[in-house]
Design a protein around this ligand. Structure first.
Ligand code: ADP
Ligand code: TZD
Ligand code: MG
Length: 581
């Protein structure tokens, strides 16, 4: 090559500007590469442009009025899809608003990633008072499954990959990803940027159970006279619906669904012991837990709700080995993913499986029928104002006729009674307050349920519960979502009848009497309804759900009908001081 040719050949390379990318684009590319198409969040410094650019890049970016609801939306998106839901927040206060949802997701084993912008590290660490200064990583750490910070654009791909893997693998949970403001504008060559991204392969690897664990579990099950299966929300999350149905039907073992596992098999299934729950727990001799923890919701596996100490043997299927023996002895731990474990049990049952003794099945059937018959007249009540039972009787029929609608439910009486009264027919159709009994999940769950599944959503909300996320009716209207909210308006928390003994203020548990929550929906262009009888309620819900429009039905409930704390009044501490007479 001549000297001249050399110059001609190399000069353009020296002068050409390489294609560039930056932190904003790399975050979006990393999420999209991993099949994440939706972000739930609230915009502001330093992530406003991230939301804009994500929308421009074809992602769905759903803006909320408060981060807690965006976080709840991300969490339930994770539960429904097995992909981590993404919540995007601004620094310090926005981050903290999202943190409750992150902690709640972790507690409930839902995969989500809270991505938060943060302030200048140099200023934060010297505590020099930056705009929205906070050491967010340190604060998030104890409240989630894993927490990461990315300081270099070249590490964004790895940071997002680690976050996805941590959220989905093993026991799912919440992950925090801290992205300091400076990261977003960091520039690098586009080609190198593209190469730095990671498509996570097999983010939730199957975890097959040990054959000896399966053999042990089958031996214990075979020895049972009164076996029971308890299905938890882990079983709903696992999407092993066919295998679980086959296990129940092949084994002939009755089952009780935990709240969010309702509908995994229809509540009307002949082996459902849901309506005979107390008898089923108390009298069973072997219990197979599938994706359900022996926490407070199952009375820790001991005490009054269960038989004599030692009379119930537990087999537990869970992906988290440390869950075993957390409350009582687990005689047959089966550690692995539910799909693999349930299939292995089915395979092990083989041809010669003996169904449980008929007297056990009959006992539960008789109890179930008696409980249903006892409830029936209450559901038909035409008393005015409406009782919880009458209103829920109406909604029960609507859900039966619209089994693919997703039911979101929160409150105290409104929650506990709806759980018992409304039968579910399909998996992952009931979303509620979960392990913590947290109020405020309502509108966030409703938005994500509508967006992720495209199905209609029916929210059954106590008036207090609704208040926690009520402003998000604007979000529902803005996105035109098919969400029908029924507010059970009993003028307060548990009841609307309390008064301040001094006569000065409203009682701590009551709200403005006869509030018209329906007008909140009308304020943003949705449809409002005000109903006082079960017939009116039925007509309003059907009209609302047929229209597919955002709707809110203010359902007037007898303020005296509820009981303190719904079904869990016994958890209220009692004063140790006896009143002098
Ligand atoms: P519930 O409140 O319905 O009783 P929990 O939230 O207490 O349910 O329990 C859910 C359990 O399911 C958790 O212990 C979690 O580790 C487990 N889990 C979640 N997903 C899976 C899975 N794919 N395979 C096995 N276990 C799972
Ligand atoms: N705050 C949060 C975040 N979660 C909670 N569970 C509570 C407070 C305490 N709480 C309950 O446990 S239920 C409830 C509160 C405030 C509201 C019950 O009133 P409601 O339902 O109107 O929603 P009913 O039908 O009147 O019982
Ligand atoms: Mg109420």
């Amino acid at each position: 090559m001549t000297a001249l040719a050399k110059i001609v050949h190399t000069a353009p390379e020296i002068e050409a500007e390489p294609d560039l990318t930056d932190g904003f684009h790399l975050v979006i590319d990393a999420l999209k590469l991993n099949g994440i198409e939706t972000i739930y969040g609230v915009p502001g410094i330093p992530i406003t442009d991230l939301g804009r650019m994500a929308q421009a890049a074809g992602m769905r970016v759903v803006s909320f009025r408060h981060e807690q609801h965006a976080g709840n939306a991300a969490a339930i998106a994770g539960f429904l899809t097995q992909k981590p839901g993404i919540c995007l927040t601004v620094s310090a206060p926005g981050f903290l608003n999202g943190l409750t949802a992150l902690a709640n997701a972790t507690t409930n084993c839902f995969p989500m990633i809270l991505i938060s912008g943060s302030s200048e590290r140099e200023i934060v660490d010297l505590q020099q008072g930056d705009y929205e200064e906070m050491d967010q990583l340190a604060i998030a750490k104890p409240l989630c499954k894993a927490a990461f910070r990315v300081l270099h654009a070249a590490d964004i791909g790895i940071g997002v990959a680690r976050a996805i893997r941590a959220a989905c693998s093993g026991r799912p949970g919440g992950v925090y990803l801290d992205l300091p403001a400076k990261l977003f504008s960091q520039v690098m060559e586009a080609e190198a940027g593209q190469k730095s991204l990671v498509k996570v392969i097999d983010p939730a690897p199957a975890q097959r159970p040990a054959p000896e664990a399966i053999a042990r579990a089958l031996d214990v099950l075979k020895s049972a006279r009164r076996p029971l299966i308890v299905l938890g929300k882990g079983a709903a999350y696992a999407q092993a619906d066919e295998a679980i149905r086959a296990l129940v039907e092949t084994s002939g073992i009755p089952y009780v669904p935990m709240s969010m596992a309702k509908g995994l098999l229809p509540d009307t299934h002949p082996l459902s012991a849901g309506a005979a729950r107390s008898t089923a727990l108390k009298d069973s001799d072997v219990v197979l837990l599938i994706g359900a923890r022996l926490n407070w919701l199952l009375s820790h596996g001991k005490g009054k709700s269960w038989g004599e100490p030692g009379s119930t043997k537990f087999i537990q299927i869970d992906i988290e080995p440390r869950e075993m023996d957390s409350n009582v002895e687990i005689v047959a731990p089966v550690v692995g993913d539910i799909a693999s474990c349930v299939q292995a049990l089915l395979d092990g049952m083989g041809q010669g499986w003996q169904q449980p003794p008929a007297d056990w099945i009959d006992t539960l059937k008789t109890k179930r029928e008696a409980n249903i018959a006892k409830m029936a007249p209450k559901l038909m009540s035409n008393a005015s104002p409406m009782t919880f039972h009458a209103a829920l009787g109406a909604l029960r029929t609507i859900v039966k006729e619209r089994p693919d609608a997703i039911l979101v439910n929160e409150g105290a009486n409104t929650l506990d009674l709806a759980r018992g009264i409304i039968d579910m027919y399909q998996p992952r159709k009931r979303l509620d307050v979960g392990t913590w009994g947290i109020m405020g999940i309502g509108m966030g769950f409703a938005v994500a349920a509508a967006i992720e599944t495209g199905k209609p959503v029916l929210c059954v909300e106590g008036d207090s519960a609704f208040g926690f996320s009520g402003m998000e009716v604007e979000t529902i209207c803005r996105y035109g979502l098919p969400v029908c909210i029924v507010v059970f308006n009993n003028n307060g928390i548990y009841r609307g009848t309390d008064s301040d003994p001094t006569g000065r203020d409203p009682a701590t548990t009551v709200f403005v009497k006869d509030s018209r929550y329906d007008k909140m929906m009308e304020a943003f262009g949705g449809d409002g309804y005000h109903v006082t009888s079960p017939g009116e309620l039925t007509r309003a819900v059907n009209a609302a759900m047929d229209s597919g429009r955002p709707s809110l039905i203010n359902a007037v409930i007898d303020p005296a009908a509820g009981s303190e704390s719904g079904n869990i009044g016994s958890l209220n501490p009692q004063s140790g001081i006896k009143k002098k007479v």
